[in-house]
Design a protein. Structure first.
Length: 465
């Protein structure tokens, strides 16, 4: 407060050499007006109006309107920079007060209030609009983290928010039938967002420690507002991509199109499943994979799988041996004869200690693959799970609802978890299809003997699958 009038006192002093000289600034740098900094020989009460504006800005926001690492940098800021709006730092400040203070801080003296008498009525009018006991500085700005938020606290808050976001995304994927990559995309965005939030916290703490009101340079990219807005925009982009994919899937146009939505297949279209070409040393894998796919695809509402008995009847009408192996060529011939629009074929390949299952849905009229899929199993014990994933992807590509696909039980639940039992079952059903009933009974009895016992809910008896 003692600075008020000091510059004018210096210029009016009888012996100016004791206080100041022409071209030398006198005052406290944080509150000095531009003309005072410039050392103008004649200054008036408008430098005090400027100082009042600086003081009011500091009282309202807790920050000075201009900052600098050195006194010279601070004086340069007063000369060249414009002060930020008070409402950007504290949104509860009345716009009228913001206008009064910013006019006090005009660079040119002629643009400021000319006397304190002009300011008093403005302040009285502002006071009349503020309820008794209310404070224009007490309410924090919404959607803004404090500049001094500790990184540990930021990490904890971010983890809690991420848990909520992922829970919501999981529910949407589960109940609306959204693709799996939506969850994967949400996880990727959150992983990318954590270091951004921590870096923002660190920079904001540094800025608060230096009491810099307006971030400059790269710090402008790492403010709470920009970081939060960036996160919202990123998830909005993920939502738009999801909506575009689902629209594409529904209308059969673009990357999300399915065979049903594109009109390639009709609902309940019958398909023939060819015997998978087995290139491993285990001769039972081919029939096992073929049988597993037939079982799982039979659960799909849009697909109708030709049963082995139906295939045998078609072979009989073709005057061929009913026990003929259903190779891809035979499957194509059957599909053409029956007017089917697709048949399924594939192969089983060795891959180190595991196996790879490749499948493709083929158009019989052209021989072109409508789509191809691959799934790997790290070991033969993982075969059932690999076939389950392959079948799910196939049903999705055909056009079955993603929600419907996920709602079906796993193959292990509708068959058995014993791969040995499945092999015996596949051989037994093939023997039965070829009229080898005695062998079929023997194999099926062995399969039942290897199947783990189950206890049905609400029943004390045990049964086997």
């Amino acid at each position: 407060m003692t600075d008020f009038g000091v510059a004018k006192a210096g210029s009016d002093a009888t012996d100016a050499r004791r206080l100041t000289s022409t071209g030398v600034a006198l005052g406290t740098p944080a509150y000095m007006a531009p003309e005072q900094i410039g050392g103008e020989p004649t200054v008036d009460q408008r430098v005090d109006i400027y100082a009042i504006g600086v003081l009011a800005f500091e009282m309202a926001t807790g920050l000075l309107p201009f900052r600098g690492a050195t006194a010279q940098a601070l004086l340069a800021a007063h000369m060249t920079q414009s002060p930020p709006s008070l409402t950007t730092l504290r949104q509860s400040i009345p716009p009228a007060l913001d206008t009064v203070v910013l006019r006090c801080l005009e660079k040119r003296p002629a643009d400021r209030w000319q006397t304190a008498a002009e300011i008093i009525p403005m302040l009285d009018a502002i006071s009349a609009t503020v309820p008794t006991g209310a404070s224009v500085t007490s309410a924090p700005a919404p959607a803004r983290m404090p500049n001094g938020t500790h990184p540990v606290r930021v990490a904890v808050l971010f983890a809690l928010a991420s848990l909520g976001v992922l829970s919501l995304v999981w529910l949407l994927v589960r109940w609306l039938g959204l693709p799996d990559w939506v969850m994967q995309g949400a996880i990727a965005l959150l992983i990318a967002g954590l270091p951004i939030m921590l870096l923002t916290s660190w920079r904001e703490r540094r800025r608060a420690a230096r009491q810099v009101a307006t971030p400059t340079g790269i710090e402008r990219l790492f403010t709470w507002r920009r970081s939060l807005h960036g996160g919202v925009l990123a998830f909005a982009a993920l939502g738009l991509a999801t909506a575009a994919f689902m629209t594409s899937r529904a209308f059969g146009v673009g990357p999300g199109a399915t065979l049903l939505s594109a009109g390639v297949l009709a609902p309940r279209e019958r398909i023939v499943i060819a015997d998978f070409d087995n290139r491993t040393s285990d001769s039972t894998l081919g029939p096992t994979v073929t049988q597993l796919l037939r079982i799982d695809l039979a659960q799909s509402p849009p697909i109708s799988v030709m049963e082995p008995s139906q295939v045998s009847q078609v072979l009989g009408r073709m005057q061929r041996d009913r026990a003929t192996a259903v190779t891809p060529a035979v499957a194509q011939e059957i599909a053409i004869r029956e007017g089917n629009k697709a048949y399924l074929t594939g192969e089983i390949l060795p891959a180190g200690s595991g196996i790879v299952i490749a499948a493709k849905l083929v158009s019989p009229s052209t021989g072109d693959a409508l789509f191809t899929l691959r799934q790997s199993a790290s070991s033969p014990d993982k075969l059932i799970a690999a076939v389950d994933r392959l079948s799910s992807k196939l049903r999705e590509k055909v056009g079955e609802s993603l929600r419907s696909v996920r709602a079906d039980p796993l193959l292990e639940q509708v068959t058995t978890s014993s791969l040995s039992a499945l092999r015996l079952y596949a051989e037994g059903t093939r023997a039965a299809d070829n009229a080898g009933y005695d062998r079929a009974i023997t194999l099926l009895e062995q399969a039942v003997g290897l199947t783990p016992a189950l206890r049905w809910p609400g029943d004390d008896s045990e049964c086997t699958r």
